[in-house]
Ligand binder design. Sequence first.
Ligand SMILES: Cc1cc2nc3c(=O)[nH]c(=O)nc-3n(C[C@H](O)[C@H](O)[C@H](O)COP(=O)(O)O)c2cc1C
Length: 309
Amino acid sequence: MVPASAAVSHQSSLQVALRRLSAIKLDIGRSPSSSLALSTKAGTMSTSSKNPQRAPWRDILDSQLKQTAAYDFTVATVGYDAQQRPVPRLRTCGCRGFFPELELNPKGQEAMDQQVEGGGNPPVFESDMLSFTTDPRMEKLSQLESSGHAVEAVFWLKDLMTQWRIKGTAYVIGDPSGEDSQIEKSSRTEISKALRVKGGADSDVAKWTWQNAVTKYFANHSPVARGFFRNPPPGQPKSSTTSQSDLKLGQKVLDLYDPVARANFRVVVIRPEQVECLDLTDQENAKRWNWTLVDGDDGSQWDEIELWP
Ligand SMILES: Cc1cc2nc3c(=O)[nH]c(=O)nc-3n(C[C@H](O)[C@H](O)[C@H](O)COP(=O)(O)O)c2cc1C
């Protein structure tokens, strides 16, 4: 928990940071081109792409999240009712930070070291995309598929008196059949477009795999939480579901490649297109900023605008 005084001092530094970031944003938009070669289970996929611009809001949100004990966010998708009218659907999810730079807990790292060659991926990529994990048997994934991947996520960081809204498109990875699945294949393609190669890491790009990226998220769950992915089908009536020996509550999963749990495990990656920050620290002088990703001649750029709150 951040004491109120620290929150206030952070807020004034937020305002300074926003001004500074605004001033330098034209420079950081001109990152060098990089060749991304993302290895997949099926082989190596190479794309020649520009390193996308680092979003001006990213480090501010990142620093605020790091000051928050646990950061759940509300994730909204669009569903359709029986008359095919669009309906908003919202739920709480545990935000897992910026893809793919999940900070593993010590037990998760131990599991990766023991079960995954080389302990997992080299730290090659970073991005401005937020991530969470889920079960494809839940409704949100079919809602993403039927709504053009539309998503909005919101954080209310009460200790910092700040709300963040992140609107964009969400892509799902982790299908065990890899790129034999069209959804997995197109998700990887879309996510790749917004990955940045970290400085000096180009030589390690070919060692990075999508499977290891997803396994790291699975490893970051406790054995009991991994067991959720061996639960009976979420959201289905108990009365109409026949029991299966491998799907029951309260299981512990130690094997990072447990086939039943991994079949029900996915990582959702949100590619932001519009971000809004509402700072209510000073109630008499609330602040609101909006950043919108716009396509320019030399790639996408973030436009920043200060709004009336
Ligand atoms: C504190 C908290 C954290 C949660 N974290 C997640 C999560 O990370 N991923 C997830 O799919 N559901 C999570 N849930 C459950 C969801 O809120 C929701 O019940 C579930 O995802 C089914 O939603 P859907 O059928 O609309 O997809 C969490 C719930 C709570 C209360």
